[in-house]
Design a protein around this ligand. Structure first.
Ligand code: 1GP
Length: 249
């Protein structure tokens, strides 16, 4: 079944808000993830992403299987390297860090992943990944050894995203970095969205319902949130489905 991307396209066209909750294998505890995912099921989340810049030795297969045991939401890998692939997920963002000039993250990791991917049913979604300056050094910058694009240089951000589209990528992901001081600003989101025709994902440093709404209003088709859920166990309450009612028990 190859419908993840098709659904993202349709949701983007009809203006449906898409929220991906990011589970970082470096911080996740397989024994506790089920309860967390059940809370996520009560929110407007549409996708679960699994991945991060590093791993703490956790089995990605165990993590994905445990998540899938607790939700019907699609689980999409968002891997920091070729070791973060599980055949049990539904799909994978096949990322190329096109804002950087490190061949390892532009093409080498991708070549190394082929052997594993070829033998899975994962839906592979080519994604142009752009790291944008956010006020602090984030783990993407540290691990990839690449410099983010300055947030002042909107024309370079636009041209890089458009180059990704011309290269045949199917999604563009504007990343401020996990735990970024400032998320990607409205001006950048709107400028990139207006300049290209692909669904736009925005993530990094989104810590409030207001910042989430602002990214969507500026033109993001999908917003990714990780840390805010990890740092505040009650953060999910801000994003509950409109018709959700707490049980009186
Ligand atoms: C990081 O965009 C994601 O790759 C999410 O970032 O953890 O800051 O929400 P946060």
């Amino acid at each position: 079944m190859r419908k993840l991307y098709q659904d993202i396209i349709i949701n983007s066209e009809v203006g449906k808000t898409q929220l991906a909750v990011l589970i970082d294998p470096d911080k996740a505890d397989v024994n506790r993830i089920g309860k967390f995912i059940e809370q996520i099921n009560q929110t407007v989340a549409t996708h679960i992403f699994v991945g991060g810049s590093e791993t703490n030795g956790i089995s990605i297969d165990d993590l994905v299987l445990e998540i899938k045991d607790h939700t019907e939401l699609p689980v999409i890998l968002f891997p920091g390297n070729a070791n973060q692939i599980s055949k049990y997920a539904d799909g994978i963002l096949f990322l190329s860090l096109i804002s950087g000039r490190n061949a390892d993250y532009l093409i080498d990791m991708q070549v190394k992943a082929v052997d594993q991917l070829y033998n899975t049913e994962l839906e592979v979604i080519p994604t142009g990944y752009l790291l944008i300056e956010s006020g602090n050094i984030t783990s993407v910058e540290r691990v990839s050894q690449t410099k983010p694009i300055s947030r002042e240089n909107i024309s370079l951000i636009k041209d890089t995203a458009k180059a990704g589209e011309y290269l045949g990528m199917k999604l563009i992901y504007l990343e401020a970095g996990s735990g970024a001081l400032s998320p990607i600003n409205k001006e950048i989101i709107t400028a990139v969205k207006e300049f290209m025709d692909l669904p736009l994902i925005v993530g990094g440093g989104i810590k409030s319902k207001e910042a989430f709404d602002q990214a969507i209003e500026a033109g993001a088709n999908m917003v990714v949130i990780g840390n805010a859920f990890e740092n505040d166990p009650l953060f999910y309450e801000y994003l509950l489905k409109p018709n959700f009612k707490f049980s009186s028990k």
